[in-house]
Design a protein around this ligand. Structure first.
Ligand code: DX5
Ligand code: ZN
Length: 225
């Protein structure tokens, strides 16, 4: 197995953008493994967030890997720009491109890790032909576009299915879950087979983000022991 069993990925979408450097230092102290960066274009999702210049600034502000979640149409047009800006991992949505295989190959050829993401309405089977070409599969547990939404429980069964396929075919991709992850569901998600836990609201909208990150990791780790 080449991936970490548990990774905590705070989503800066829920942070105070006016104090981004401080927010990142806080979750670094809380043992965050990667920083999750949500890029939205106002087309693929009904919201606009941040883009390539912010990723370039983040690259200078932390040594942690940047997990860049592209919620944009035709992601292939921007892959090179994001990798050059410092994205360590680039996640593209299956629904956003008719050339998913090409997009994933491009990411790896540029030297970053490639991830494929699926919306709540997209079955895991849509990724069956690319599972050998991804470092991460991202299961959305909310409809992408906003932080602070309610967890959609159907994600758990998808994670179980991916975990089963991974075991059966000796796969080496990590399973990431994004949306509504908190202390109440992280244990069950870990048991289902998730490895990377994206958490925005449940980390940054607390009085002590470092402690919140630590607590989420503890609950995920405890659930596996
Ligand atoms: C939603 C984003 C998520 C979001 C998660 O479109 O992809 O990464 O920041 O936020 P919470 O943890 O608040 O659901
Ligand atoms: Zn995200």
């Amino acid at each position: 197995m080449s991936y970490a069993k548990i990774e905590i990925a705070p989503s800066i979408l829920a942070s105070n953008f006016a104090k981004l450097g401080d927010e990142i230092r806080a979750v670094e102290q809380g043992g965050a493994d990667v920083i999750h960066v949500d890029v939205m274009d106002g087309h693929f999702v009904p919201n606009i967030s941040i883009g390539i210049p912010v990723v370039a600034s983040l690259r200078k502000a932390t040594r942690l890997p940047l997990d860049v979640h592209l919620m944009i149409d035709r992601p292939e047009k921007y892959i090179e720009g994001f990798v050059r800006a410092g994205a360590s991992r680039l996640l593209v949505h299956q629904e956003a491109t008719v050339h998913l295989d090409r997009a994933l190959t491009m990411i790896r050829e540029l030297g970053a890790e490639a991830g494929a993401a699926i919306n709540p309405a997209t079955p895991v089977a849509m990724l069956s032909d690319v599972l050998g070409k991804v470092d991460t599969v991202l299961v959305m547990s909310v409809n992408p576009g906003f932080g602070g939404q309610k967890f959609i429980p159907g994600a758990i069964e998808k994670i179980r299915q991916l975990n089963e396929w991974r075991a059966r075919y000796n796969g080496s991709f990590r399973i990431e879950v994004d949306g509504g992850v908190d202390t109440g569901n992280v244990g069950e998600l870990a048991q289902a087979g998730a490895n990377t836990f994206v958490a925005g609201t449940s980390i940054f909208h607390t009085p002590d983000p470092a402690a919140a990150a630590r607590q989420i990791r503890k609950l995920a780790t405890d659930a596996l022991s």
